[in-house]
Design a protein around this ligand. Structure first.
Ligand code: PAF
Length: 282
C-alpha cells in the first residue's frame, strides 16, 4: 500500500493510474478503523481497479471540541488493517494540507432542510464541516466512486446533494451498516463504552427493529413511542432524537403510506458516548 501525506504526491500517483485507465473508488475515514470501515474498503475493491482510503480527523466537523480531542487515534493499527484488506493507497494528511492558509472557515453549501434536522439540529455546523472536507478530498482524489456507510444515513444524503450541487462526476455508493453479533452498529466510538454501557448498547438496534415488527400493525406515532420506551427503559440512555423519516427529504412521516420505504433513525447518549443508528423499513 502506498501512503501519501502530501496532496501533490498523491495526485501525481493517481494521475499515473488514471493515464493507465484505472478506475478509482474512495473510502474517506477519520481513522480508528473497524470492520465497518473494512466493508467500505472491500466494496471499493469490488467496484474499482484502485482503492483509495484517507485518514483525517477533520476539525471543522466537531461542534464539541472535547469530542475532537477524545476521538480515538490508532493510525498504526489502521494502516495494518488497510493493508490486510487490500487497500492500494492511503492518504494521511496534516491539517495544513487539507486547509491551506486558514481555509478552514470557507464553507457555503445550501442543503435546504437536509442539514436542519436529526444530527443537523443537534450538532450545529457538523454537516457544513463534513461537506467542506469531503468536497476538498474529492477535489484532491477525483475518484469515480465515493463509498460511504449507511450507518451515517444523513451524511450520505448530504454528500449525494453535495455531488449534485457541485456537478461532480463522482458517484456515491452506500454500503450497509456492519453490526456486532448482538446488533450494535460498529462505530469508532464503541471502544469508549464502559462494560455496563456496552451491555446496554444493543437495545438501540433492538428498539429500531421493534419499529420494523410494528410496521403497519399500529400507528407511526405508537411505533415511535414503543421504540422510545424500549430505549428509556434501560434507565441509562438519553435519547437526542428518534424519528421515522422519508428516505430522501429526511422529513418526519406521520403515516406509513407517506413513503415507500422509511428510515428509522436515532441518536442516543450512553454515559459520555453518543451513538447513532438507523434502519430502513419495511
Ligand atoms: O464518516 C466519517 O468518518 C467522516 O464524517 C468523513 C466522511 C470521513 C468526513 O470527515
Amino acid at each position: 500500500m502506498y501512503i501519501f501525506r502530501k496532496v501533490t504526491d498523491l495526485q501525481n500517483h493517481l494521475n499515473e493510474l488514471r493515464d493507465a485507465k484505472q478506475s478509482i473508488a474512495f473510502a474517506p475515514t477519520m481513522g480508528a478503523l473497524h470492520n465497518g470501515h473494512m466493508s467500505l474498503v472491500s466494496k471499493c475493491n469490488r467496484i474499482a481497479d484502485i482503492t483509495v482510503s484517507s485518514i483525517f480527523v477533520n476539525p471543522t466537523q466537531f461542534n464539541d471540541k472535547s469530542d475532537l480531542e477524545k476521538y480515538p487515534r490508532t493510525v498504526e493499527k489502521d494502516t495494518t488493517m488497510l493493508i490486510e484488506h487490500g487497500c492500494d493507497v492511503l492518504f494521511y494528511p496534516e491539517v495544513d494540507e487539507i486547509y491551506p492558509k486558514g481555509t478552514e472557515s470557507d464553507n457555503n453549501y445550501d442543503f435546504g432542510q437536509l442539514d436542519k434536522v436529526l444530527e443537523g439540529a443537534h450538532r450545529q455546523g457538523h454537516f457544513a464541516g463534513v461537506a467542506q472536507v469531503v468536497n476538498r478530498l474529492l477535489e484532491i482524489v477525483e475518484p469515480n466512486w465515493i463509498v460511504m456507510g449507511q450507518k451515517d444515513y444523513q451524511q450520505t444524503a448530504i454528500i449525494r446533494k453535495l455531488l449534485s450541487l457541485t456537478n461532480s462526476k463522482t458517484e456515491i455508493v452506500v454500503s450497509p451498516t456492519i453490526r456486532e453479533k448482538d446488533g450494535l452498529a460498529m462505530s469508532s466510538r464503541n471502544v469508549r463504552l464502559k462494560e455496563d454501557e456496552r451491555r446496554e448498547a444493543p437495545t438501540i438496534y433492538a428498539s429500531l427493529e421493534a419499529v420494523r415488527q410494528a410496521y403497519k400493525t399500529i400507528s407511526v406515532k405508537e411505533a415511535r413511542e414503543l421504540a422510545v420506551k424500549n430505549i428509556e427503559a434501560s434507565g441509562s440512555m438519553k435519547i437526542d432524537y428518534l424519528e421515522l423519516v422519508h428516505p430522501h427529504t429526511l422529513q418526519t412521516i406521520t403515516d406509513w403510506d407517506d413513503a415507500e420505504s422509511i428510515i428509522v433513525c436515532t441518536a442516543v447518549h450512553l454515559g459520555d458516548v453518543r451513538l447513532i443508528d438507523n434502519i430502513s423499513i419495511p
